[in-house]
Design a protein around this ligand. Sequence first.
Ligand code: AMP
Length: 220
Amino acid sequence: MYIVMLGAPGTGKGTIGKILSQDLNLSALSTGDIFREQINKRTVLGKKIQSYIESGNLVPDDVTIETVKSRLLEDDVKDGAILDGFPRTVAQAEALRIFLKENRPQAKRVAIELDVPDDEIIRRVVNRLICTNKSCGAIYNRETKPPKQVGICDICGSELKRRKDDNEETVTKRLGIYHQNSKDLIDFYRKNNALYSIYPKELDVAVKNIKEFLEEYRRK
Ligand code: AMP
């Protein structure tokens, strides 16, 4: 099954995607993580996309689509994956639909929309802290889920950092861009796939409800 996580930045796509990935044994594929890794490694792609990401703009569709397609050809995602942060435009959604139809015709496809009010998103994102150890990647929040020791990951002991684009100005811009595309994107998935929308107020409850929905959908 391919599960697309839809939602503005800071709605919990990464956090919920990671939990689902472990519980359902599916690889999580985050375009934001792939792009940040390319920037850190200073690859040709990294240099090309850095300014888009740091200013809160979307990376152009052609670059994003090629990046995801080549990732989707890898072995660990051939039976399914959790897509976090992709698609973000209808052109990307259409490219994904065609790719899966051609390459994985039997696979079920479903979209989960995380719907959170904007003021709550801004509060969540400016307080977000992420574990710098990539194989851990745990996400904290200075207000709602602080680490036991300031700046240190509870799980692996690595340093916690804020993302460069998690400041109020850039978040507001990313939210604006999300809202420009989100209606069409949600309509796309409502027409083409099963779509489940939820306000993930409490993490445990949201995960439980999403898993129940997925289980029901899998049985259909
Ligand atoms: P994220 O980690 O999902 O918040 O993504 C961080 C940044 O990476 C975004 O603000 C965009 O600049 C870029 N990005 C991630 N996914 C996409 C996508 N599907 N299309 C275009 N740009 C993206």
